[in-house]
Ligand binder design. Structure first.
Ligand code: ZN
Ligand code: ZN
Length: 56
């Protein structure tokens, strides 16, 4: 899922304040519940605005 995060930066997304969001910034990988890594609605909309659709 780190890859999804990094590729999203390449696509122009910034870090997200939503801790449930794949684009949230976490200091420790331990804090991350990998099963719950999804885009929040805001980030999803940013991707759609760019005509990008990623399913994870
Ligand atoms: Zn990042
Ligand atoms: Zn987000």
């Amino acid at each position: 899922m780190e890859f999804i995060h990094e590729i999203s930066h390449v696509l122009g997304l910034m870090h997200c304040k939503n801790k449930r969001c794949v684009m949230s910034f976490s200091n420790s990988i331990i804090d991350v519940d990998l099963k719950d890594w999804k885009y929040c609605e805001k980030c999803l909309k940013k991707l759609k605005d760019r005509d990008i659709y990623i399913s994870i």
